[in-house]
Write a protein that binds this ligand. Structure first.
Ligand code: NAP
Length: 246
């Protein structure tokens, strides 16, 4: 039996990298998937990859930093698939690289809007739909940088720490209402997001001796999204090749 059969799922930022791997993994576990992304071509490609394998998916163009777009994604899911049981708030950007005393204000605003407010706006609309659907599971994609700092990345680090706090709070509020909320914290994963950073500098940061693959993150997200994780809520789960144990 597939672990997400008869469930409808949303993945934000599902048009690339980790989000695409999660959307594919959700579909292969039987979920009907709403792929939301600001990148129409990438999002539609993910849907194509799913439907070619006989999975169910639709694309909704959405900017996760806009509350009304998040509302529209949830509405599309409920209209097409009759409810909402699973959501992964994954859309995110890296932002500028600069020390805090020189960090561009507009860059700060953008990173906080997409990486932190986007997760709140997502849950703000997903939770009411999940309550109507009888419960559900939310996984928010944080980062190892939701636990520790990283020079020149203050906006990203602050946003990801915020995602971890937001996750705990929502988990507390809905633990007795059949909605579980968890955060996943990847270390550096091979996706377009980190293309500009020299891999040779990143690999030694990981005791395991390599970067992660999007599919490895997706495996953890699928587990947390499924009923196999029925007693798990409010947690932060690193997937980091040992990065945080140093
Ligand atoms: P990615 O390959 O760049 O994919 C992110 C997707 O989100 C892209 O399709 C991107 O579109 C889209 N997106 C960007 N801004 C958006 C917005 N405002 N609304 C909706 N979609 C938007 O990145 P990734 O590495 O898979 O990252 C996914 C998540 O994992 C992010 O939250 C990231 O912070 C987190 N993460 C990544 C790593 C890593 O090393 N890769 C490590 C830890 C955590 P565009 O391509 O058009 O921008």
């Amino acid at each position: 039996m597939k672990t997400l059969e008869k469930k409808a799922a949303i993945v934000t930022g599902g048009g690339s990298g980790i989000g695409r791997a999660i959307a594919l993994a959700y579909a292969s576990e039987g979920a009907a998937v709403v792929v939301a992304d600001i990148d129409e071509a990438g999002g539609k490609e993910t849907v194509g990859l799913i439907t070619r394998q006989s999975g169910q998916a639709i694309f909704v163009k959405a900017d996760s930093s806009k509350p009304s777009d998040n509302e529209a994604v949830v509405k599309a899911c409920v209209e097409k698939y009759g409810g909402l049981q699973v959501a992964c708030n994954n859309a995110g950007i890296g932002g500028p690289a600069a020390v805090t005393g020189e960090y561009p204000i507009d860059g700060w605003d953008k990173v906080i809007a997409v990486n932190l407010s986007g997760v709140f706006y997502g849950m703000r609309h997903q939770i009411p739909a999940m309550l109507k659907s009888g419960g559900g599971a939310i996984v928010n994609i944080a980062s190892i940088l939701g636990q520790v700092g990283f020079r020149t990345a203050s906006a990203y680090v602050a946003a990801k720490h915020g995602v971890v706090g937001l996750t705990k709070n929502a988990a507390l509020e809905y633990a007795d209402k059949k909605i579980r909320v968890n955060a996943v914290g990847p270390a550096f994963i091979k996706t377009p997001l980190i293309q500009k950073i020299d891999e040779k500098q990143l690999v030694p940061l990981h005791p395991i001796g390599r970067l992660g693959e999007p599919e490895e993150v997706a495996n953890l997200v699928v587990f947390l999204s499924s009923d196999k994780a029925s007693f798990i809520t409010g947690g932060y789960y690193s997937i980091d090749g040992g990065y945080l144990s140093q």
